[in-house]
Each structure stands twice: as C-alpha cells, then as structure tokens.
Design a protein around this ligand. Structure first.
Ligand SMILES: [Zn+2]
Length: 256
C-alpha cells in the first residue's frame, strides 16, 4: 500500500476532486435569484468605477437594493433605562419593505448570501461619524440552547460572522450565553420586555481580559425597545467592557 499524503494536507487527487465538486455544484446550483425577493439578478461584471458601482451588490436585485438604500439609517435615540448600559444603536433602516423581508428570510433559513449582504450593510452603518474606530469584539445575541436546538442556527451569529469579516474584528460567539429561555417578545409592552430579559445572559468566562480595545458591538436582526441589547450590554460592562453599541438590521417601532 502506498503511503497517503501527510495528515492535514490534502493530496493533489483529493484537491482535484474538491475542485471538480465545486464546479459541479456551480452548474447544478446556480447562485439563484435575489437573496431577498428571489427575483432575477443582473448578469455580467460589476461596473468598474463611478456612482453605479456603489449600487452594485452581487446578491440582491436592483429593486430590493433601491428599497434598502432609500431608507438609510437614522440615529436611534435610546430610552433612559436602556441608555444606562448601551452606548448606542445603529440599524440599516426601519423594519419594513425589503429589510423586513430580508430579516424574515434569514430567520427562516441560514442563507449565507443574504447574511453576507446584511453583514456588509451593518458594517457600513457602523462607519458613521461619532462611533468607535475599532472594535475589540462582535457579540451576537445568544439564543437559549433549547431554541438553538429547535431552530438549528442563530441568525444573529450568521450576521456577526459576516460583520466581523467585513470589519476585520474578532467574533466572540461563545463569550456570552442565554441561561434562561425567554418568551417571544412580540406583542409585549416595554415593561414586560425589560422584565423578560432581566438576568437572562451570563459571561461564559470571567471578565474580558485580553480583549483590546474594550469596545464591543452586539449584533441582532431586529431591535425594538432595545431591552435585550441593553441587558446584554449590562453583562458585558459588568465584565469590563468600556463601550457597547448594538448593530441591528432593522428597527421596529420607536425605542423612546
Ligand atoms: Zn430582490
């Protein structure tokens, strides 16, 4: 028997099989349509430069893109109780139209093309003036174990992974955990939401030693009153975080 290639380094044959597999997948599973509405995508290469190149996104059709870009992020004022721990919230826009469709779609299935597009949108929202220039960590809002098992993925973690890649910042998916399953927040009042999430998060390691700078972004798909992000920010600050912002795809209602 001939000795195989060294462990950890695929041999040429295996590499070739992988390449062929990828090529076959490209033929069998073309990229599909728009990651938001499923409509057809413009073909060809992106424009090389000029204003039109700014509006070119490979995963999203021009109609959805237009809808996303017409509702650009506005500053989201925080209620006094949330602002105690959370330094600010940025979103890509209101929970309506194409952004709402995108959030619902990502909740239903772990679509990496859609997550990539939304991660880039969040990265852009975080480039606004007045925000920290560098982030020590990107922290997705954790799901409780029971809900993660039921759903199979955490959409906030998918967004965080793409955002971290776009910003070049570490993604700290296992820094925090949700120790208590919380009831669904839709339909709850501000007071109920705050009560539901009280003490539901915990740091999995003691403090944030070694993380520099001590600035963090909490990532979620939708932010409503900010109660969840505020509670997670409280836990991060108790562990030593200095600045904590939240980046969410969409803002539902007013946080005031
Ligand atoms: Zn579309």
């Amino acid at each position: 028997m001939r000795p195989g290639p060294p462990r950890g380094r695929p041999g040429k044959g295996l590499q070739r099989v992988r390449e062929l597999g990828r090529a076959l997948m490209d033929v069998l599973l073309p990229e599909g349509g728009c990651a938001i509405c499923g409509g057809s995508l413009p073909s060809g290469d992106p424009p090389p430069f000029g204003p039109s190149s700014l509006a070119w996104e490979p995963e999203v059709c021009p109609r959805c893109l237009d809808e996303v870009f017409t509702q650009r992020p506005r500053p989201s004022p925080l209620s006094a109780e949330v602002a105690v721990h959370l330094d600010g919230v940025v979103t890509a826009g209101s929970y309506a139209g194409a952004l709402q469709s995108a959030v619902l779609r990502l909740k239903a299935a772990p679509d990496l093309r859609l997550a990539r597009f939304l991660g880039r949108l969040l990265a852009e929202s975080l480039q606004a003036p007045g925000l920290p220039a560098g982030w020590g960590g990107i922290v997705p809002v954790p799901l409780h174990r029971s809900r993660l098992l039921e759903r199979g993925f955490n959409q906030a973690a998918l967004l965080a992974a793409e955002l971290g890649g776009a910003l070049g910042s570490p993604v700290l998916s296992d820094l925090c955990e949700r120790v208590r399953a919380t009831p669904l927040q839709s339909g709850c009042t501000r007071e109920e939401r705050a009560r539901n999430v009280a003490n539901c998060f915990r740091l999995r390691r003691v403090g944030l030693l070694g993380t520099r700078p001590l600035t963090f972004v909490i990532v979620d798909d939708v932010v409503t009153t900010g109660a969840t992000a505020g509670e997670l920010a409280r836990v991060l600050k108790a562990g030593g975080a200095e600045v904590v912002w939240c980046a969410a795809v969409a803002r539902a209602g007013s946080m005031m």
